[in-house]
Design a binder for this molecule. Structure first.
Ligand code: TYM
Length: 335
């Protein structure tokens, strides 16, 4: 029991705003399963974040359940990890509001994700899209998380979370633990296959640039065969001058565990054709067991329900302790 209490804590989440991408898998989920023994881990479906962009309600429900199944299929054992749906734990919304009042307009204006998303959704730049980082800070701080395992694009949000926590702690005394981002060395920024200078993203208009975790093998192979490279015909890691080839090397490195020197040697003197096929096949094999297990789990809705119910209960217990502390500190009258 002593050990249980002393374990460091982890929280992370993904928005169920669409099908999970290879980027989310390599940048985030893939790294989570290995942490379960050493840390006390909380992983959520960040459904409240998704409505900052319009969602089709039935699709949001479906994506949330598929995401839970994919978490489990990727090795997150529900006995060892707390898996829950964000909206099932009201403390997220409650602390989110409090933190809104300790987050500055200026700092929110500097967030890259806000700038990107408001450019992509110019007809719906709502207040939630703007204050999103305060809700994300609440997600993390409620659990007093030590580490937040995410891809490189979320680093700025973990940094603002630390700033908000520091501000609050400065005003009211130690309340929140300051979390650190935990970003993988390889795989932190998977780029689009067709536009390798921009991030692989489910909101990308060009669907050939984005590979999905649960996509059919033949579609994955086709996308890799079409991937943008260059006219140099040399497999060499050089993200600045050869972004397409370097992105494929990054993916292949994570999928096979080989380093860049070994990959360069493996394809020396060969054209890009065999290289692209090899990368596609490595991804198909990496994802195959996860897809099959996800499909199996989705056929058992009762099991998935039992997982998210138990998860919400465990998460709420921890979250409510932090929320009570915060309510007291800011001066809310106890009920
Ligand atoms: P989201 O849903 O956009 O992405 C989920 C996770 O996948 C990582 N990721 C990538 N990594 C590498 N290459 C890519 N192309 C790529 N695309 C996505 C992201 O970095 C992220 O780790 N705000 C978060 C969700 C969230 C959250 C949280 C995360 C809400 N509350 C609390 C951590 C803690 C987001 O939009 O991630």
């Amino acid at each position: 029991m002593e050990n249980e209490v002393q374990k460091k804590r982890i929280l992370s989440g993904i928005q169920p705003s669409g099908d999970l991408t290879l980027g989310s898998y390599l940048g985030a989920i893939r790294n989570w399963a290995a942490l379960a023994d050493e840390y006390d881990c909380y992983y959520m479906m960040a459904d409240m974040h998704t409505i900052t962009v319009r969602q089709v309600p039935a699709e949001l429900r479906r994506h949330t359940l598929v995401q839970l199944a994919a978490y489990i299929a990727s090795g997150l054992d529900p006995e060892k990890n707390v898996l829950f749906v964000q909206s099932h734990v009201p403390a997220h919304a409650q602390l989110g509001w409090v933190l809104d009042c300790y987050t500055m307009f200026g700092e929110l204006s500097r967030m890259t994700q806000f700038k990107d998303k408001s450019a992509k959704n110019a007809d719906n730049i709502n207040a939630g899209l703007f204050t999103y980082p305060a809700l994300m800070a609440a997600d993390i701080l409620l659990y007093q998380a030590d580490l937040v395992p995410v891809g490189g694009d979320q680093k700025q949000h973990v940094e603002i979370c630390r700033d908000i926590a520091t501000r609050f702690n400065g005003l009211y005394g130690d309340t929140f633990k300051l979390p650190d981002p935990y970003i993988p060395k390889v795989g932190a920024r998977i780029m689009s296959l067709t536009t390798p200078t921009s991030k692989m993203s489910k909101s990308d208009k060009d669907q050939n640039g984005c590979v999905y975790m649960l996509e059919k093998p033949e579609d994955i192979l086709r996308k890799f065969k079409k991937a943008m490279t260059d006219s140099d015909a040399c497999v060499r890691f050089d993200p600045e001058n050869k972004p397409g080839v370097s992105n494929l090397m990054q993916i292949y490195s994570v999928a096979t565990g080989r380093d860049y020197a070994a990959i360069e040697a493996e394809f020396a003197g060969q054209g890009y054709g065999s290289f692209k096929t090899a990368v596609g096949e490595s991804v198909v094999e990496l994802l195959r067991p996860i897809r099959e297990e996800t499909e199996r789990l989705l056929a058992d809705k009762a099991y998935l329900e039992s997982v998210y119910r138990a998860g919400a209960e465990k998460a709420a217990y921890v979250a409510n302790r932090t929320l009570s502390k915060v309510y007291k500190k800011v001066g809310f009258l106890a009920r």
